[in-house]
Write a protein that binds this ligand. Structure first.
Ligand code: PDD
Length: 283
């Protein structure tokens, strides 16, 4: 069955949904995006995603295409029209359409596209069994805190992982892990210290990361926000990733090294449960 998608004010069948070849999102990856997960038809952590959307737009001087209320109404309408029970709503804002030129006018009309994707989020095998990852060099630009659609480095990293028979890649720069191809990386060392990369322009400021950190804080668990090496990761007692589409997935193997006993660790398992529970209760 054809999905209904949203393009610049219109709900249309996906076959009819088009954007100009002169759109700067297409020509220059001059566009930002957000992915909000959906369970039981509810948008999880959506306020955080919209707040980050504004930050990304602001950093690139792209005009907001609509108010937050309007965006939420479209998200909910897409969920409704596509009978989406579990999956995600993707939202993309590009600077707009203009003849190809590196420079751009200040008053461009942004392009707004949204669509849904059906996906099993609550009980995928990756959550139950954990995932294996490989490390790859982080070859991205210096503003990874802006959620742009310039994702080619991450696509190559992910495909390298898939070709190697594993689920994902952790990107490494200057000897330390930045993040996963589309998720934030956490480890628990042999002493039980929970460690994740500090914020800055080297990683995306994950909304799920922030929610998971809030859960750790409310449980009086200390978190160390610092860079960690690949060696520390391989020697970790536990490892996991966070994102809107995975929530918390345990990592049980890094570059062929078994993490802990090779099974999902207790912290990742617990965080996953309480993240889903609390995010649903807030939604
Ligand atoms: N990716 N780091 C990167 C590089 C990401 O692409 C993502 C999300 C995250 C996690 O952020 P959040 O918790 O806000 O989803 C971290 C989305 C899911 C994607 O590109 O599909």
């Amino acid at each position: 069955m054809s999905r209904t998608v949203y393009v610049n004010g219109n709900f249309v069948a996906e076959e009819q949904a088009t954007v100009s070849v002169f759109d700067r999102g297409f020509l220059f990856a001059d566009a930002v995006y957000e992915v909000t997960s959906v369970i039981d038809g509810k948008l999880l952590d959506n306020a955080g995603h919209l707040a980050r959307l504004h930050r990304s737009l602001g950093e690139l001087n792209i005009k907001p295409p609509a108010t937050d209320d309007e965006i939420v109404r479209v998200q909910q309408e897409l969920v409704r029209r596509n009978s989406l029970d579990e999956g995600s709503v993707y939202l993309q804002v590009s600077r707009g359409v203009a003849d190809r030129d590196f420079g751009y006018a200040a008053d461009m009309t942004p392009t707004l596209v949204m669509f849904t994707q059906q996906k099993s989020l609550r009980n995928p095998p990756q959550a139950e069994k954990g995932i294996a990852v490989i490390s790859v060099p982080d070859i991205r630009w210096q503003r990874r805190d802006i959620k742009t659609v310039g994702l080619l480095a991450q696509c190559l990293a992910k495909q390298q992982a898939v070709d190697a028979g594993v689920a994902d890649a952790w990107m490494v720069e200057d000897g330390v892990v930045t993040e996963g191809s589309s998720n934030n990386a956490f480890i628990v060392d042999a002493d039980g210290n929970i460690i994740t990369r500090h914020l800055g322009n080297k990683i995306l400021h994950g909304i799920t990361r922030a929610s998971v950190i809030a859960l750790l804080e409310s449980d009086n668990r200390q978190l160390h926000e610092r860079a960690f090496t690949l060696e520390e990761a391989c020697a970790a007692r536990e490892a996991f990733v966070t994102s809107a589409t995975t929530f918390v997935w345990p990592v049980v193997e890094i570059d062929g090294h078994t993490i802990g006993d090779g099974k999902p660790g207790p912290l990742a398992t617990r965080l996953r449960e309480i993240y889903i529970e609390t995010a649903l209760a807030r939604a």
